[in-house]
Each structure stands twice: as C-alpha cells, then as structure tokens.
Design a protein around this ligand. Structure first.
Ligand code: SF4
Ligand code: SF4
Length: 193
C-alpha cells in the first residue's frame, strides 16, 4: 500500500461499499500487517470497523480510481473488477506516471469491456506505462506483466478485436505464473483473515 494525500481526490467520488484495497493489497507496517489477497479482519462486516482509529497507512491510501478522473465514474474497483494504482517515476520513453491495473473480479470479463480496451489503446499510444496483474493466492505476491509490448502497441493502432486478443494472451501468461510468497518485514499486528 502506498500512501497519498487527500488533496487532489476526484470530487464526488466515494468508496461506498468497495473494499478492494482492504482485500487485495499487502500491508506491512509496524502498526498493521495484512497478507495480499486476504480480507482485513476489520473489513468483514462491510466497511472498516475501526474506521475512526484506522492506522495512517489506511487513512492516507487511495487507489487510482479515487485519485484520477481519467478512470470513469463507473470503474469503481468492486464494480468494474479493475483496481488501479499509480506508479510514478517511469523511465523514458514513457510518461513519468505509469498505471498498474490489477484484475480483481472476473479477469476475462474485465479486459473484454470495450471502454477498457479503448482505455488501454489510448494510453499505450500515448506512451503511458501500463502493467496488467492478477492477485496471487493468499500471502503470495501478485503476478504482473507490462502491457506496452510490441504486440499490444501494434494492436492498439488496429482494432478492439486485435487488442483484446493481445491482452488475452498476456492474461494467459499471468495465469500460468508461479506465485512467490511475500516476505513480511513487520509482525505482531496481523489483520489477515
Ligand atoms: S479500492 Fe479505491 S474505491 Fe475501493 S475502497 Fe479502496 S480506495 Fe476506495
Ligand atoms: S484497518 Fe480498515 S481500512 Fe485498514 S485494511 Fe483493515 S479494513 Fe481496510
């Protein structure tokens, strides 16, 4: 989990019932630890049951959908199956801000959405570094691959069908990945379920 400040959140956009970040992300701080792809035990009743006293790492975290209006309103992670995080510091020739896309719902359904395919095409053509990922089993690191390979770049200039096929190939590779355990540095406050 990477912290961001609330200064520049997209107006009128709220988390609502979404809890994707409380499930998918690994948290490894002295005050709280949670394994990747494991619901935090504070999230089990819907919403955070320690909301008022939740630790800073939770208080300061917002996913990409909360932070940037280049993701449409309808793409709240629990509804779209698309969980975005922004990744600053990408090297040339890419724009400095890259985007990680974790498939947290039905992965095939998510990547076949026409507006998602168009989003990928637009950003690949604009040299935004995109990374496609799927969560691993509980406690394992996610699998992810760059989307800006030559096949995707070429397909992004052709048609939705070509780009969908190229992304489906990447998804297949992700699904064949050998997931690696995440080694926690902190202990004693594990909220994994
Ligand atoms: S994933 Fe985003 S929208 Fe969902 S709860 Fe976390 S910050 Fe809110
Ligand atoms: S403490 Fe609350 S905000 Fe933090 S991960 Fe758990 S449920 Fe989510």
């Amino acid at each position: 989990m990477q912290a961001w400040h609330k200064d520049d959140l997209v107006p009128n956009r709220e988390c609502g019932e979404c809890q994707a970040c409380c499930i998918v992300t690994a948290i490894d701080k002295p005050e709280i630890q949670k394994m990747a792809n494991s619901p935090c035990r504070h999230s089990l009743c819907g919403g955070c049951d320690i909301y008022e006293s939740r630790p800073p790492v939770c208080r300061e975290y917002y996913c990409g959908w909360r932070r940037m209006d280049l993701f449409p309103d309808s793409w709240r992670p629990d509804r779209s199956g698309l969980f975005f995080e922004l990744e600053a510091g990408q090297p040339p020739p890419f724009q400095s801000m890259g985007i990680s896309i974790m498939l947290v719902g039905n992965p095939l359904k998510s990547i076949r959405q026409p507006d998602f395919i168009d989003f990928v095409a637009r950003n690949v053509r604009s040299k935004v570094a995109l990374f496609l990922g799927i969560p691993g089993p509980k406690g394992k690191q996610a699998a992810r691959l760059p989307l800006n390979n030559s096949e995707v770049v070429e397909a992004a200039t052709q048609s939705r069908a070509e780009l969908r096929t190229a992304m489906e190939k990447i998804l297949k590779r992700l699904q064949g990945h050998t997931f690696i355990s995440y080694q926690m540095e902190n202990s004693g406050q594990d909220t994994s379920t």
